[in-house]
Design a protein around this ligand. Structure first.
Ligand code: SF4
Length: 222
């Protein structure tokens, strides 16, 4: 579970990306879940879960990539989010361009932020023209060289950063890679949430955990 959101609701399970660091896929294998992570499937009944609680940040894509979603799935999910203004919603994609192309047929609810998950400099260059509201560097796998970025190239309202959290063989981020992302956030005055997976490298007390203006985790208590 990510600390930067209150909970996850997954109207879609299954993803075509096969990221080696995918925690959802890892957990499905570890806990012998019956979820087929190779085949995106829509669970419309889960949209009712969106109504629960109050004033929460809800991640809608922890077990799928919205670039894979069918139009009908996206339409129903966006409507459910838009009809629930008491919550804020996040949708992240590794193929942000394809996701944006699907989104152009809908009006994005004001309580939803969409973002790109980025693990390489090439990926960042590819998504820049599409102006993701969230840049999710999770996991940080290399130094991106972000020192030259400016508000002309980066329009994000929030940055999320984390480390490869797989057990066993995983890529250990260098401190300079982590500081590269943090430095860009600081330089461009973008709030950054450093996930607790960075604790071993920064120390838990040193994590910067900022949210976009007007957003709160833990139902507004934190
Ligand atoms: S895009 Fe997300 S859900 Fe899909 S394989 Fe990668 S990490 Fe897992």
């Amino acid at each position: 579970m990510y600390e930067w959101c209150d909970r996850t609701v997954n109207p879609v399970t299954g993803c075509l990306r096969h990221c080696p660091w995918c925690i959802s896929r890892y957990n499905c294998i570890k806990f012998q879940s019956h979820v087929d992570m190779d085949t995106p499937a829509f669970h419309e009944d889960r949209l009712a879960q969106i109504q629960q609680g109050s004033n929460q940040i809800i991640l809608l894509t922890s077990m799928s990539d919205p670039a894979d979603w069918e139009t009908d799935w996206l339409s129903k999910t966006l409507k459910a989010a838009g009809d629930t203004p008491k919550h804020k919603f996040v949708m992240l994609s590794r193929d942000f361009r394809a996701f944006r192309e699907k989104m152009q047929f809908f009006s994005k609810p004001p309580n939803l932020m969409t973002g790109a998950t980025i693990v390489s400099r090439d990926e960042l260059e590819r998504v820049k023209p599409y102006h993701p509201e969230i840049l999710c560097f999770m996991p940080i796998l290399e130094k991106m060289g972000l020192g030259q970025e400016s508000r002309y190239t980066i329009h994000a309202k929030w940055i999320i950063a984390g480390a490869d959290a797989r057990q066993g063989e995983r890529i250990i981020p260098k401190l300079s890679w982590i500081m590269d992302v943090a430095g860009m956030a600081s330089k461009l005055s973008i709030p950054i949430w450093q996930d607790n997976t960075l604790s071993p490298y920064l120390g838990r007390r040193n994590l910067k955990q900022e949210l976009p203006s007007g957003w709160f985790v833990n139902g507004g208590k934190k």
